[in-house]
Ligand binder design. Structure first.
Ligand code: SF4
Length: 285
């Protein structure tokens, strides 16, 4: 007899409040002004971006392409030069920077004022990290323990982290740096929605036969959550949509945990859950 799967969905799976608020602001602005521009995708999810494009929320590469409508600066922050350029070109800016990203900007400025050498634990080239780095004259990005180990001894340093970093990666880097830096001040700026999501995925991975992490293959955040899950449960799979789900994954499984990256919309998570509900598991032999 085929049996149905027990499905548990992580409570905070999917859009964080920063991304939800930015999307709401983009929609509101497009409705009010007929159109709104953004420099780059609002969220690393092709489906959401395509949907927003239909609502006149347009992605452009440069402020020079912004014509007769406001530009929205995205949740993960924007470098000061672009703020200046927008002012010079008299472009209306709608600031959708997440308050928690503003907080990281403030913290790194304070560390700079204390005369510390500055470090950011984060992904090289990620827009949020580039935005944090641009708040101060000089800050070095460290993405892994090898880069931390390669640093010389330092007298006085200040460190912040990208909001979506893995807590474990941050902790490992800090424990290496604490041996190299005499006077170290670390401000843990991994945001609370990210922490919650990481905690919940660990709990689910430990009690589920199979784990499904929903998100775009281009989303660093989803990939990281998948890695966390995989470390605890080898039957962890990342899917972009229901089309990626394979019945073979569930042979003999009784339970499945579902989580998602911060760039996955609720409707996509719900589709996956509905699909799993209808999935009849092959009987045990
Ligand atoms: S991941 Fe955290 S810091 Fe980034 S937008 Fe979401 S809530 Fe804000």
């Amino acid at each position: 007899m085929p049996e149905l799967l027990r499905i548990r969905v992580a409570k905070d799976a999917g859009f964080c409040f920063g991304v939800s608020d930015a999307i709401a602001k983009a929609r509101e602005t497009a409705q009010k002004h007929g159109k709104v521009y953004m420099l780059g995708d609002i969220v690393h999810n092709e489906r959401v971006v395509a949907q927003l494009e239909q609502e006149n929320i347009k992605v452009v590469d440069s402020l020079d392409d912004v014509k007769n409508a406001p530009v929205l600066f995205r949740a993960h922050g924007t470098v000061p030069d672009l703020w200046k350029q927008a002012a010079q070109q008299a472009i209306t800016v709608v600031d959708a920077t997440c308050p928690l990203v503003h907080e990281i900007h403030n913290e790194i400025k304070k560390l700079h004022d204390e005369g510390r050498k500055l470090f950011i634990i984060g992904d090289h080239g990620h827009d949020e990290v580039v935005g944090i780095q641009a708040q101060v004259p000089e800050a070095i990005v460290i993405s892994n323990i090898d880069e931390a180990q390669a640093l010389p001894k330092i007298k006085k340093a200040g460190i912040v982290s990208q909001s979506t970093q893995m807590i474990e990666n941050v902790q490992e880097i800090i424990s290496i740096l604490s041996m190299k830096i005499f006077d170290l001040r670390f401000v843990n700026t991994v945001c609370f929605p990210t922490r919650r999501n990481q905690e919940q995925i660990k709990e689910l991975a430990a009690i589920s036969d199979v784990m499904i992490v929903v998100g775009s293959y281009t989303s660093a955040n989803t990939k990281r959550l998948h890695e966390v899950s995989l470390a605890l449960n080898p039957s962890s799979y990342m899917v972009e949509s229901t089309a990626d789900i394979k019945e073979d994954w569930f042979v003999n499984a009784q339970s499945v945990g579902v989580s998602a990256g911060a760039s996955s919309p609720d409707e996509l998570i719900n589709e996956v859950v509905e699909h799993l509900k209808n999935l009849h598991v092959k009987a045990r032999v």
